[in-house]
Design a protein around this ligand. Structure first.
Ligand code: PSU
Ligand code: MN
Length: 313
């Protein structure tokens, strides 16, 4: 049985997503912060549609998640997708923002943390995104640790991503995931990827080369009663990889600018992402689109295998 929470009246699944979950067919959740805040219009809408199409091509049903008029929606229709992509009133909504967003009937773009939470409420186990949040550089002073990491520690959803951007302290991000028992699985590589580049200074403990083996690993984790998420780190395809020095310079500049302007709180990540994108212009957008599509393909393949083994087929 799908674990749809009967008590959550605010959870709204599209008919297609609801049917697929009820039948145990593969479904892949998608976040909306990347649409509302991660890319300019209309590239964001075009990419969101391509990502959904890619997931369908590989046999799964896409469920893009957003907060619409205070409802937690999984499975946006074309009109709703356009609304998220082309409106200015979609605030970044993380776990802690959900209760107030419901009361005040807000619109909101969901982060990795809140998308995982909503996916889990709906009974969706796979989630595809670009990059996860993590421990920020200088967190020893600021204590700025993304809610994404705490969500990964407790919510049973696997996240396919291209690693984490080096706006973060990647080493401390991996330490945090280790402390909280979150498996980090590398795909086709021994390196933990840094979003724009295939490598960082860090390795993954486990390399996987097939979606089926990853699906089995998820099944083992949750069958053991080990609660929480899994990071599936899928490096950007080599031909879209950016020059490491270009990325490093852009990130260093962005961090200096954030410090100069005294940016803090939930604005830090969007500010840094926007600065990096401003400096690297078209190249980072192309890389971003390519890696998300690559993740969508893998996420759908894992969802298909996961649904097959979970149904005992
Ligand atoms: N990192 C990226 N791209 C993103 C984000 C992070 O490379 O779009 C977004 C995601 O929605 C993620 C959120 O969940 O930022 C994390 O924000 P914070 O660091 O404030 O927790
Ligand atoms: Mn933060």
């Amino acid at each position: 049985m799908p674990k749809v929470s009967a008590t959550v009246n605010q959870l709204k699944l599209s008919p297609e997503v609801a049917d697929a979950i009820a039948d145990g067919r593969p479904v892949v959740a998608l976040e909306s912060t990347i649409i509302a805040h991660g890319m300019p219009y209309p590239s964001n809408l075009k990419t969101a549609k391509q990502v959904e199409e890619k997931i369908r091509e590989h046999g799964a049903i896409p469920a893009t998640v957003a907060i619409l008029n205070g409802e937690l929606v999984a499975g946006l229709n074309a009109e709703q997708l356009e609304q998220v992509a082309n409106s200015t009133d979609f605030a970044k909504v993380s776990r802690r923002d959900l209760p107030a967003a419901i009361t005040q009937k807000l619109n909101g773009a969901t982060t990795v943390a809140s998308t995982m939470f909503i996916a889990s409420l709906a009974g969706i186990s796979l989630f595809v995104t670009g990059g996860i949040g993590g421990v920020h550089r200088g967190a020893g002073q600021t204590m700025d640790v993304s809610a994404d990491l705490l969500e990964l520690a407790q919510t049973d959803v696997a996240v396919v991503c291209a690693g984490a951007k080096a706006i973060l302290d990647i080493g401390l991000t991996l330490e945090h995931l280790e402390t909280h028992g979150v498996p980090v699985l590398g795909v086709g590589s021994d390196d933990f990827p840094a979003f724009y580049t295939r490598s960082s200074d860090f390795r993954v403990d486990y390399r996987f080369d097939s979606p089926a083996a990853i699906a089995r690993t998820l099944r083992h984790k949750w069958d053991l009663g080990l609660r929480g998420g899994v990071v599936i780190a899928n490096p950007i395809p080599a031909k879209f990889e950016m020059d490491a020095d270009t990325v490093k310079n852009a990130i260093d500049g962005a961090l200096r600018e954030a410090a100069r302007q005294g940016v803090s709180g939930k604005e830090v990540t969007p500010f840094l992402l926007a600065e990096v994108e401003k400096v690297t212009a078209g190249a980072s957008l192309d890389a971003n689109v390519a890696l998300v599509l690559n993740n969508a393909e893998l996420g759908a393949q894992i969802a298909v295998e996961y649904s097959r083994i979970s149904r005992g087929a």
